[in-house]
Design a protein around this ligand. Structure first.
Ligand code: BG6
Length: 502
């Protein structure tokens, strides 16, 4: 391992998987946004298996940027394209890394971004190490980081042989979403929450990530992942950790990482009966999907956090493709008042705090208010706070910029990743079969039984608090309208980046 200066900004960016879907949908638009802000004055080298030229890569980047929205700063785009270079090669061959080394001549502190399928992470990390390209370098690794506890440990060990921990940046792009950063802020910038934020007042917590669309050409990837690995073990667990953590002792993000890792460690390993798996109708007919596939496109879990604060409070997490709408929402449901003075207060639902994370982030507090008249009956109303993020950076723009600055605040740490895998590990192979559900529904009805004691499920509401439908944030709207990335070249398939439904 090499001596590494954790503070110096990277002076070149290498994108492995440059011809892939993730690069097309997310990375080039993020690079353009960085270039516009003057934060990418460095060579950008794309690497992939396809036999491309610099000009082809530039065309691909330019198409991707145009597809993501209006190009308002043509000089910035021109500067970015001029800095783009391409290296083609097989990741298994040392020769590829030699070519990269030549292309990187003059750079002392490159950042290597692995936008490639997880099965290639090890080989690329080792290739970088063997070619001497890890010296003073950073590595940015896409999720999923491993596919179970053992592979995550192995991957961490390989990465740590080549890079220092503070040179490894494990991406969970949810951590760079404004509404998710607000969970940390909202919890600890306000004093009214802390007294009730525990087992004495909280009845249960629900976290839902629903998606209207299906696997969108990612059937092959989904077959090796499934919903639990794809979004629950990482995105939803990170949200749970921010909601459940103890107050960090300082603003230092090392302290935040310590506390989130503690929560992940306190999560009780799941058993088969804590999980309901579903599969939308028609999934088995999609390309790359086995005709008898048992892979879940929907997953609901009942989770326990074995800590002083959360003892006895169930956490219900669910996500699925082809559900009734696209949203991410948290409901923290409070217990009913201790004495039932008003019968309707229990029947009509009690207090909760709702965090809508996407689209159109908002925080709402539900409380009951008496209705006009002689009777002591009331209705549930929401105090509704809208979050405004008009100029928000996209998660990838934020994460790539931070990684190149050596700022690991929004990345996941080795121990946290492994603790998350330890929670899901027992049910990765031992589980009940995936149950069919209708497209456009809220998943298999068996998930209702999972939450029966604390239910029902709150399906995300997409209104502005006054009943008017909210609009998706620009990024979400672009995603809803977006089609899969056009095929770059037939030959790239084996080394294309992991596909994303963006
Ligand atoms: C990705 C998953 O990590 O997150 C996708 O692989 C999922 O399956 C996506 O659709 C959701 O993220 P976002 O930011 O698009 O809501």
């Amino acid at each position: 391992m090499n001596k590494f200066d954790g503070r110096a900004r990277s002076d070149a960016l290498v994108v492995f998987g440059a011809t892939g879907d993730l690069a097309y949908k997310k990375i080039y638009p993020a690079l353009y946004a960085l270039a516009r802000r003057g934060l990418l004055e460095m060579p950008v080298i794309g690497v992939s298996g396809s036999d491309w030229s610099d000009a082809q890569l530039r065309q691909r980047a330019s198409d991707s940027i145009a597809a993501s929205g209006a190009v308002e700063d043509k000089p910035a785009l021109k500067r970015l394209l001029a800095r783009l270079h391409y290296v083609s090669g097989d990741y298994n061959k040392p020769d590829t890394f030699d070519k990269l080394k030549t292309a990187l001549a003059g750079s002392e502190r490159p950042a290597h971004y692995l936008a490639i399928p997880p099965s290639l992470f090890e080989i690329v990390i080792q290739g970088l190490g063997a070619a001497g390209l890890a010296r003073q370098a950073r590595v940015i690794v896409e999720k999923p980081f491993g596919r179970d506890l053992a592979s995550a440990r192995r991957l961490n060990a390989v990465a740590r042989q080549v890079f220092a921990e503070d040179a490894i940046f494990r991406i969970d792009h949810f951590l760079a979403k404004e509404a998710i950063m607000n969970l940390l802020y909202f919890r600890f910038a306000n004093s009214f929450l802390e007294p009730i934020w525990n087992r004495n007042y909280v009845d249960s917590v629900q976290i839902t990530l629903s998606e209207e669309f299906g696997t969108e050409g990612r059937g092959g990837f989904y077959e090796s992942a499934g919903c639990l690995r794809d979004v629950i073990q990482n995105h939803l667990f990170q949200i749970a950790a921010l909601l459940a953590m103890e107050p960090p002792s300082t603003r230092d993000f090392g302290a935040v990482h310590n506390e989130t890792a503690e929560v992940l460690r306190a999560m009780r390993p799941l058993g088969a009966d804590d999980v309901v798996r579903g599969q939308y109708s028609g999934y088995r007919k999609e390309p790359g999907v086995a005709r008898d596939s048992d892979v879940e496109t929907y997953c609901a879990i009942k989770l326990h956090i074995d800590s002083w604060r959360w003892n006895g409070v169930p956490w219900y997490l669910r996500s699925g493709k082809c559900l009734a709408n696209s949203a991410a929402e948290v409901i923290v449901k409070l217990k009913a008042p201790p004495q039932q003075l008003f019968a309707d207060a229990v029947a009509g639902g009690g207090n909760y705090l709702r965090f809508r994370l996407q689209p159109a982030p908002a925080v709402a507090l539900a409380a009951r208010v008496k209705r006009d008249g002689k009777e002591f009956v009331g209705d549930q109303h929401e105090l509704y706070l809208v979050e405004e993020h008009p100029n928000g950076e996209t998660p990838y723009e934020r994460l790539l910029g931070d990684a190149m600055d050596g700022n690991g605040a929004l990345f996941t740490r080795e121990d946290a990743v492994e603790a998350a895998w330890a929670t899901v590990n027992p049910v990765l192979d031992k589980h009940h079969p995936a149950l069919p559900y209708r497209r456009g529904s809220w998943g298999p009805k068996e998930a209702d039984a999972l939450i029966a004691e604390h239910g029902p499920w709150h399906n995300p509401r997409l209104d502005d608090g006054a009943g008017k439908a909210v609009k998706a944030a620009p990024e979400a709207a672009a995603k809803a309208a977006s089609k899969p990335a056009p095929k770059a070249a037939p030959k790239q398939a084996a080394q294309a980046g992991p596909k994303r439904s963006k």
